[in-house]
Each structure stands twice: as structure tokens, then as C-alpha cells.
Design a protein around this ligand. Structure first.
Ligand code: ZN
Length: 505
């Protein structure tokens, strides 16, 4: 299911020099290749880290990982060596794929069509299993490409082409990758293995088996409509009769179809969010407003109405139509949503709309944060990532030093546990800049680059920080001296990484 990884596979089995004598690629070699690929994807303009959607995807992903560990599919060695990181792409096409080294890509188009968390879990469980079963290392070992650099370039090229059905293929990449398209995929046996293990992983993680069926139904429908432009994985990844038979044999007795399961309101709102973020042109906004004002809306289930109103309010906000955004949001707020997570999602959207409007006086910004349970002036306990980022934005608008101090502390606390969180480092850099702490701001920017494996970019920031230090000279405070020693240490560490990166290419 889902376009899996595309790798050129030419028949003869000459192996990479790196890999030794025809055995599978080592985990660390595969990770280095994955790092090389993901570094480019982070620079792709379609890369998106929307904290709300990322939080949602992580809510499905982390239980799957825990289940794969408990089942022994994910070994401690692979757990430690691989990244197990999902990267979201703003693309409207329906796609998910596994990359070398435990990186995964998910298009917003997939989030926009799944009818439940269970369906999303079925796709992610399948992709996860390709990696835990080392399918990727087996493919790479069998390919006769000369260098990891070539393989990385081909994977990137194939991804670019799969994303853009109008690009007429070939020219994006160095030639033969795509001419070999029919050979670029996992074998049928690998697909069936990923189906089987992925199904075990998702059900053991507590997701409904029907999610698997619902997703399969969607694929079959798209396949019948020949809709491979919108569903790129269907092109490289046909549904074979064996796979369908396998699926049916796994279903609990008496289970029929998952396709008519109504989404809960949280899911409906997040689906709407993925749709808005994946392609909000002016026409799309009119589409949302037409749905929201349709007389038929009141006859629909509350969850459906929540999704439509959420999408309309968010689309209006992004088109800078503040009045319309507030109007649709007020309607959304009036719906009786009994699920606390849905209530939270609505609250976050309200903050987002007011932040984008930028017309509130400072005391109102602070009151707004307080009402949403995100008090800016005192410790607030454990915050979820979307809340942290909202707090940072609110603090920047409020601009008070006490508030900036508190939010800086909250962000630092988060980063202790999640040092690879580029977005949070970037917000911390903004907060430091607002506090006139230019050295710390530069260092936080450097860490944001490191988190996305851009070591050269990180080094630039650290050098800029050291130049600033020279300007400050002996007049610097004690705090400046502490910062200076941290910056010096990080510079030396990162110089090593830059050298390693240069040697690999
Ligand atoms: Zn697959």
C-alpha cells in the first residue's frame, strides 16, 4: 500500500563498494544514505512542519513504533541506529513512502483522504514494516549503482517525479532512474510481508483492523477510476489479487466494510486542515465557504459540520479575510463537541485566527492565551507541541519581557527532551532576538540547522556569533562568556560533521 520507496533495480547484482560482498547494506550505511536524502527533502519548498498535523501524525506513529518494539519487529539495534522520523510534504497527491535509514515521507494529500486514524495507521504500519524487515537494504544491495550519492540522487529524482504527474517524468532526474520505473519497486513478496507485519503492528497498537479494509477500499476505488495522478502509489504499486485475498483472510469474521465509518469530529477537522494546507488557492476558499453556507449542512452529523466549519474558518484566515474567519469560527464554537480533544483543536484554531489577524491590543492577547489554558506569565505544566508554538507566537505579539522569559524557559524545557526539533529551535531563536540576546539567537538558529542536518548552515551561524563576540570584546557580561564557550564547543563539533559530510559526497 502507498507508493513505497522507488529505487532503480537493474538485474545484475554488482554491489556497492560500501556494502562489502553482496550482503545487505549495513544499518549505519543505510542511515548515512537516508541522512543524505532527508537533508535535501528538508530544503524542499514543499516540506512542511505544521505543529497541529505533526502532533496528529505522531499520535498515530508513536504507538505503532511501541508496538513494533514490543513484537520484536523493531530490534533495539535498528531502533537506535535509524531515525524513525516522519517528514510531511505539502503535496495534494495521496502518498506515503519509506526511505533508507528510518525516514518516512507522508503527503498532506494522504491525511486529507483517510477516514479515520485507523486508516492512517494501516498505511504507516505498512511503511514501517518495509524498514523493520530491511527491505530497503535488500533492494539497495541488489542494485548495481556505483555510489550512495547516485542512489540518493535517484531516489530524490523519483520522488520529485512521483509528486508531479505533469512533469512528463524524465528530465527532473538524471535519466535512467525513471526509465526503469517498472523495476523501481519492492517485490510482490515484500509488499505482502509489509501488509502482514504492518497489520499485526497496527492491531497490536490498538488500532481497528477495519482501518486496513477502509484504506484498501479507497485504493481499489481510485484504481477503478484510474486515478493514478492523484494516487501516485497506484502507478508503482498496483493492488494485486493476492494482496486483496490476503487482506480478506485477515479480517475478523463478519466484518464488512470500513468505508462508511463516520469520522469523529477531531479527525474531520484535521482532515480539513490537511486539505486547506495542501492547496488553499482563492477558488479553494470559495469552495469551503460554499460548503459552510450550504443549507444541507445543518442536516449533517456534528463531526461533518465541524470539519466543514473548521476548513472554512481556516481557509478564510489564510486568505486574510478576518471577518469571514471569525464568523465561521463562531459557528464552529457553537457546535456541541463532547470530545475534549476536539474542543482543544477548536481552541487552537481560535488562537491561530486571532494571531493571524494581528489586530488585538496587548492585554487582549494575554487574556486570549489565559482563556485557552496557555498562561504566558507562569509555568503551565506539560504543554503539547502545538501549544508551545502558539505560546511562542502569542509572546512575540505581547512583547513583554516577563512573558518572553517564561516562554523561552518552556521552549528550552521541551528541547532538552527533543533536541532535534528544528521548528522549536527556530521559535526559541525568535524569542531570544526579541529579548535582544543576539548570541543566543544565533546559536539557536544554528541548532535548528543541525536538526535538519544542514551543518554548513549551522557553522555559518556560529561564525556570525563569534564575530559578534569579538565586537562586544572585553565589555561582555559573564553570561556572554558562558555563551561564548558553548558556541566555541559547538563550532568545533560541527566542523567535524561538515568535514564528514564533505568526505561522503
Ligand atoms: Zn509497500
Amino acid at each position: 500500500m502507498a507508493l513505497c520507496l522507488v529505487i532503480p533495480l537493474q538485474a545484475q547484482g554488482a554491489t556497492l563498494p560500501l556494502l562489502g560482498d553482496g550482503s545487505d547494506m549495513s544499518a549505519s550505511a543505510e542511515r548515512r544514505l537516508g541522512d543524505r536524502i532527508i537533508r535535501e527533502l528538508y530544503r524542499d519548498p514543499d516540506f512542511v512542519d505544521d505543529p497541529v498535523l505533526t502532533d496528529y501524525v505522531q499520535g498515530v506513529w508513536q504507538p505503532l513504533l511501541a508496538s513494533a518494539r514490543a513484537r520484536g519487529d523493531l530490534t533495539p539495534e535498528l531502533d537506535e541506529r535509524f531515525a524513525w522520523r516522519i517528514v510531511l510534504g505539502r503535496d495534494r497527491s495521496v502518498n506515503a513512502f519509506a526511505l533508507p535509514g528510518g525516514y518516512f515521507g507522508v503527503h498532506l494529500g494522504l491525511l486529507a483522504v483517510v477516514s479515520s486514524r485507523d486508516e492512517l495507521a494501516s498505511v504507516l504500519g505498512h511503511e514501517l514494516s518495509h524498514v523493520t524487515q530491511r527491505h530497503i537494504s535488500r533492494l539497495i544491495s541488489r542494485s548495481n549503482q556505483q555510489t550512495p550519492w547516485m542512489i540518493g540522487a535517484m531516489i530524490l529524482g523519483a520522488l520529485a517525479a512521483s509528486k508531479n504527474p505533469d512533469a512528463g517524468n524524465a528530465m527532473i532526474v538524471g535519466g535512467q532512474a525513471l526509465s526503469a520505473q517498472s523495476q523501481l519497486n519492492f517485490s510482490r513478496d515484500m509488499e505482502r510481508e509489509a501488509d502482514r507485519i504492518g497489520f499485526g503492528v497496527m492491531t497490536q497498537a490498538g488500532f481497528e483492523a477495519l482501518g486496513f479494509v477502509g484504506m484498501f477500499d479507497k485504493l481499489q476505488q481510485a484504481s477503478r477510476l484510474n486515478d493514478s495522478g492523484a494516487y501516485p502509489y497506484l502507478r508503482s504499486h498496483p493492488l494485486t489479487t493476492e494482496r486483496i485475498a490476503d487482506m480478506q483472510s485477515r479480517l475478523p469474521l463478519g466484518a464488512s466494510h470500513g468505508a462508511d465509518v463516520l469520522p469523529g469530529s477531531t479527525h474531520a477537522m484535521l482532515t480539513a486542515r490537511a486539505r486547506v494546507l495542501s492547496g488553499a488557492g482563492g477558488d479553494a476558499l470559495r469552495g469551503w465557504l460554499a460548503q459552510a453556507d450550504d443549507v444541507g449542512l445543518s442536516g449533517q452529523a456534528a463531526a461533518q459540520r465541524a470539519g466543514v466549519l473548521y476548513g472554512a474558518a481556516m481557509a478564510a484566515s489564510r486568505m486574510r479575510d478576518v471577518a469571514q474567519a471569525r464568523k465561521q469560527f463562531a459557528r464552529l464554537q457553537k457546535l456541541a463537541l463532547d470530545d475534549p480533544e476536539a474542543v482543544r483543536q477548536v481552541r487552537w484554531l481560535g488562537l491561530e485566527i486571532e494571531l493571524a489577524a494581528r489586530d488585538l491590543p496587548r492585554p487582549q492577547v494575554l487574556a486570549l492565551a489565559g482563556n485557552a489554558g496557555l498562561d504566558l506569565s507562569k509555568p503551565t505544566g506539560v504543554l503539547r507541541r502545538p501549544e508551545l508554538v502558539l505560546q511562542a507566537q502569542l509572546a512575540m505579539q505581547a512583547g513583554q519581557s516577563q512573558v518572553l522569559d517564561q516562554v523561552a524557559q518552556n521552549l528550552q524545557g521541551w528541547l532538552l527532551g527533543q533536541p532535534n526539533d528544528a521548528l522549536v529551535w527556530q521559535w526559541l531563536a525568535s524569542i531570544y532576538a526579541a529579548q535582544n540576546q543576539s548570541l543566543r539567537a544565533l546559536r539557536a538558529e544554528a541548532e535548528a540547522r543541525v536538526a535538519q542536518l544542514d551543518y554548513a548552515g549551522a557553522l555559518d551561524r556560529l561564525k556570525a556569533a563569534q564575530e559578534r563576540l569579538r565586537d562586544i570584546g572585553a565589555s561582555g557580561s559573564r553570561a556572554d562568556h558562558i555563551d561564548a564557550s558553548i558556541i566555541d564547543t559547538r563550532r568545533r563539533q560541527i566542523e567535524v560533521l561538515v568535514k564528514e559530510q564533505a568526505q561522503e559526497s
